[in-house]
Design a protein around this ligand. Structure first.
Ligand SMILES: *Cc1c(COP(=O)(O)O)cnc(C)c1O
Length: 363
């Protein structure tokens, strides 16, 4: 037996260590995980109540059309219901896009480093991948544009970019979209949209009317705090959604994920609170980094990439031994970086203290 040629060179996603594993391995009482950009404030209390009610119907298939959530989200976003597609996390929508538009002989353009799922799905479909290095930590849209050929089918823009946290402004985005031919799909991955505070961050849904080749991806995994339930969505012109729907699994969202997302959506107060706390947490981390003489990319997400000025592997390991799990930049394309999720203020303080100790030990 042999898999498709391109699968042979693909490696499986490496999940980070779980909190339990780290506790056991280093004999620790307390472990903090700031590695996967999860919401340190959990999720809206309304979700739990709604889920309890949903537990009575586990024997019934979910609504494959996601009707209630679709209606609520369409109203909130001021788009029509046929402009929405739901996935098992936005990860699944990335995979649906690749399945729908990419194959051998096609090309796809993305930044590097960026979110790794664009690449792995494109590889799976046999497409040729054009990776354009970030410029000063940001998407280099000019160079990305210059890489367009007649084989180009999809361009990925991660905004804010994971792992750098940097963003493309509305003005930059509009200029880019204006120059990309309309037969190329532009994927704008806004997994951290709700966290963005910069006034020049794009209002992308409003651009859908003007740019029919745009799809915006968002998720309930990050600020909504529902990562465990796997639900995300895409917003685009109805014809794009229609194509994606043809490759979608019929029941790709569980009933519980639909119920939870609907309840979470109804509690915008919780989201606003998380946004404010995250902005304060970012400030707290920035100040701490500055005290330690470390540079970082200002972030529009709930994570920040800090440069520790030396190989990040050993620093990551020493933090781990102290019970602090972050993401080493080594695997993310920033060999001297750590990507740290913004925690609550106590967690942020603990990370900064541990980082100071570990850096002092390793000079
Ligand atoms: C977390 C993340 C996603 C995917 O999240 P899902 O849990 O699959 O919705 C997509 N894009 C980026 C940039 C992310 O950081």
């Amino acid at each position: 037996m042999k898999p498709k040629e391109q699968i042979e060179n693909l490696s499986a996603y490496q999940p980070g260590k779980s909190m339990d594993e780290v506790k056991r391995q280093y004999n620790l009482q307390q472990v903090i995980k700031l590695a996967s950009n999860e919401n340190p404030f959990g999720f809206s209390p309304k979700v739990k109540q709604a889920l309890m009610e949903g537990l009575n119907e586990l024997h019934i298939y979910p609504d494959g059309a996601n009707r209630k959530l679709r209606a609520a989200l369409a109203e909130k976003l001021e788009v029509s219901e046929d402009q929405l597609i739901f996935g098992m996390g936005s990860d699944e929508i990335i995979s649906m896009i690749a399945r729908t538009f990419l194959e051998k002989g096609t090309k796809t353009i993305m930044a590097t480093p960026t979110f790794p799922q664009y690449r792995s799905n494109a590889v799976t479909e046999g497409a040729t991948i054009i990776e354009v290095p970030l410029k000063e930590g940001k998407h280099d849209l000019e160079t990305m544009k210059s890489e367009i050929t007649k084989e180009t089918k999809v361009i990925w823009v991660c905004n804010p970019n994971n792992p750098s946290g940097t963003f493309v402004s509305e003005k930059e985005l509009v200029q880019f979209l204006g120059d990309v031919p309309e037969d190329i799909l532009v994927v704008l991955d806004e997994a951290y949209y709700e966290y963005a505070t910069d006034p020049t961050y794009p209002n992308s849904v409003k651009l859908l009317d003007r740019y029919p080749n745009l799809i915006v991806l968002r998720t309930f995994s990050k600020i909504y705090g529902l990562a465990a339930l796997r639900i995300g969505y895409g917003i685009a012109k109805a014809n794009i959604i229609d194509w994606l729907n043809r490759v979608r699994e019929p029941f790709n969202n569980t009933s519980l994920s639909q119920i939870a997302a609907l309840a979470a959506l109804s509690d915008q107060e919780f989201i606003e609170e998380c946004k404010v706390k995250n902005a304060n947490g970012l400030k707290q981390l920035y100040q701490g980094f500055e005290k330690l003489g470390l540079s970082y990319y200002p972030s529009q997400g709930n994570f920040v990439l800090v440069d520790v000025n030396r190989p990040a592997g050993p620093i990551f390991q020493k933090l781990l031994e102290r019970g602090i799990i972050v993401r080493s930049g080594v695997a993310l394309g920033f060999p001297t970086g750590l990507r740290i999720t913004v925690g609550n203020s106590e967690q942020n303080e603990l990370v900064l203290q541990a980082l100071e100790k570990v850096l002092n030990e390793s000079v």
